[in-house]
Unconditional design. Structure first.
Length: 200
């Protein structure tokens, strides 16, 4: 039954133990017009198509260095939440989700929880008045979520020098179309210690 439902089936494959969309050929077999809410599969497709050079290599190297928490499906979840939630919901919502999924691997639960939080905020605004995150907010949340998810660092703990270029390339992959985003990510990595209490 699940395989006959394009939205549920795609999310289920993405969240599966085998990695789902980690197989680009399998992922490409789904038609874009069949994908609607919650928007995660389409985001994955956009990243695979448009991410800056080095994104896939950086994620692969992070996984080699830090294990299964750096698998693409978890990284993409963190980037999706940072892109669509930073400045909209509290950053703690996203960073805590990254921390939880590192242990639980329950992507569907985190997608549902995050989507509900965003919808609750959106319900209080008209479409034009809805809050939107700035590139600085998005960079901070993306860096901090990846630091929690992949590196298992506490809030404010500096990113090791060897991992910094990989986190930079990975974070930029989710914001391929945001001008100046790499500079914001570099700033965020350098200033991470200043955010030690940002998600308390």
């Amino acid at each position: 039954v699940v395989g006959q439902l394009p939205i549920i089936g795609l999310v289920s494959r993405w969240a599966s133990t085998e990695g789902g969309v980690g197989n680009d050929e399998q992922f490409a077999s789904f038609e874009p017009e069949a994908i609607t809410s919650p928007g995660v599969p389409e985001f994955c497709r956009q990243v695979f198509d448009a991410a800056p050079e080095g994104f896939q290599v950086a994620v692969a190297e992070l996984q080699d260095r830090h294990g299964k928490a750096a698998q693409r499906r978890y990284v993409l979840l963190a980037l999706w939440m940072a892109r669509h939630g930073a400045g909209v919901v509290p950053g703690k919502t996203i960073v805590d989700a990254a921390r939880r999924v590192r242990v639980s691997a329950d992507i569907e639960y985190e997608v549902d929880r995050f989507s509900e939080a965003v919808a609750e905020v959106a319900s209080r605004y008209t479409y034009m008045d809805r809050p939107r995150g700035t590139p600085a907010q998005q960079a901070d949340v993306a860096v901090d979520a990846l630091a929690r998810l992949v590196l298992n660092l506490k809030d404010g703990q500096p990113i090791p020098e060897a991992d910094a270029p990989l986190i930079e390339a990975t974070a930029c992959g989710g914001f391929w179309d945001v001008p100046g985003f790499r500079e914001e990510v570099k700033r965020s990595i350098a200033q991470r210690e200043q955010r030690a209490t940002a998600y308390a």
